[in-house]
Design a protein. Structure first.
Length: 391
């Protein structure tokens, strides 16, 4: 048995032992070696730092990364060639891949549209399960699409890989029984609903600038609407036209900015670190991003500052946390009072009984998308502001 075969078998066994794979999906995963879809140069994150791995320079470490249960970054800054910048494509963590495929409730012979081909690994798993002739995958990046086609062809999987905007779906192969997005969205594109057969399903990571994100499972009805609940932790790269602009704190918070100053008893743990709380807050504070900057290099052991920013309005807030009890100092700049919005949204969530994110759901119609609590009749209150420039 080769090293690749041994590591492949180990990964499948670990996923099965953890309860991530049904017997059917275990057989599928066993037929698709992950390393055949991973490019020669990748990046992995360890201890908060991103390091580069090259197959020719470090073959053993590269192969181990292919079969570790963690994401592998396959592209930076949309492949501009600099090999620097923000993550823009990845091979997702295998446990997350398994969770999403299970949520798809896929049966052999079903027609599937995948949005976000990436490496092609996920498309290969879909093809083994339902038949390659039933799988269409759309990738906006021509270089990624071409590499995925080559990898799929090498395994004899004749998946239709289309270079195009996944937000538009792919009408020529519609209708689909299932649509699976491997890119996160803040709004479900209505073409996905249009191109799904009545009774079919859509599974996508869904989030906000504040919280990325949860898994959304929608069922499409005969009236051309789709509705369903959120479930599971599924943070993904964004659909490109729905990304909140990147930007470092030093680019947003400038020394000559004026600000107001106040104090708060609120600690960041609940609004930022509690999954359910941050999910709910994100529903009310559009385009708000949070960044934690620690003093020195010892997270969790000293002082730090939470920055809230809106890249469209130019607003920011800083929330300074020192060792010891509150109060904590807050500064705010710009037309939006971001910290005030956060505290209002957090209070709303608490007064609603601190609901789990699984109690929330979304409905998509030709005219709108809205999020609700427990039942579509109970819509989440509107955002606390409507900043200009939202995608």
């Amino acid at each position: 048995m080769s090293d690749a075969e041994r590591l492949h078998a180990r990964l499948v066994g670990e996923l099965a032992s953890a309860g991530c794979l049904s017997p059917t999906w275990r057989e599928v995963f066993a037929q698709v070696p992950r390393h055949l879809f991973i490019p020669g140069t990748v990046w992995v994150e360890e201890d908060g730092r991103t390091s580069r791995l090259n197959r020719d320079e470090s073959p053993d470490a590269w192969l181990e990364a292919c079969y570790d249960d963690r994401p592998v970054i396959t592209q930076l800054d949309d492949g501009d060639g600099s090999e620097q910048g923000y993550w823009s494509s990845s091979a997702s963590m295998p446990t997350l891949v398994a969770m999403m495929l299970d949520a798809l409730d896929l049966e052999p012979g079903m027609r599937v549209l995948e949005v976000g081909t990436g490496t092609g690994y996920n498309a290969a798993l879909l093809a083994v399960r339902t038949g390659a002739e039933n799988v269409t995958s759309v990738e906006v990046d021509a270089a990624l699409a071409g590499r995925a086609r080559t990898s799929l062809k090498a395994l004899g999987l004749a998946v239709t890989v289309v270079t195009g905007d996944g937000a538009l779906g792919h009408r020529p192969s519609a209708p689909y029984d299932r649509i699976l997005s491997t890119a996160a969205v803040q709004r479900v594109p209505y073409p996905w609903v249009q191109q799904t057969a009545a009774g079919g399903g859509i599974v996508t990571p869904w989030g906000t600038a504040f919280h990325n994100g949860a898994l959304l499972r929608l069922r499409v009805d005969e009236d051309g609407t789709a509705s369903g609940h959120f479930d599971g932790n599924a943070g993904f790269m964004w659909l490109r036209d729905q990304r909140t602009p990147h930007g470092a704190v030093e680019d947003r918070v400038l020394p000559d900015h004026d600000f107001t100053e106040s104090a708060t008893e609120l600690h960041p743990y609940s609004p930022l670190s509690d999954f359910d709380s941050s999910f709910a807050i994100g529903l009310r504070v559009p385009a708000m991003k949070s960044t934690v900057v620690f003093d020195g290099y010892a997270p969790g052991t000293g002082a730090y500052t939470v920055y809230l920013t809106d890249p469209y309005a130019g607003s920011w807030a800083s929330w300074r946390i020192e060792p010891g009890p509150p109060p904590y100092r807050v500064r705010q700049h710009g037309p939006r009072r971001l910290f005030d919005e956060l505290t209002t949204a957090h209070r709303w969530w608490k007064e609603a009984g601190s609901p789990s994110h699984t109690r929330f759901g979304a409905t998509v119609t030709p005219d709108e998308q809205y999020v609700w609590l427990d039942d579509p009749a109970h819509r989440v209150p509107p955002p606390l502001s409507e900043p200009a420039g939202l995608p």
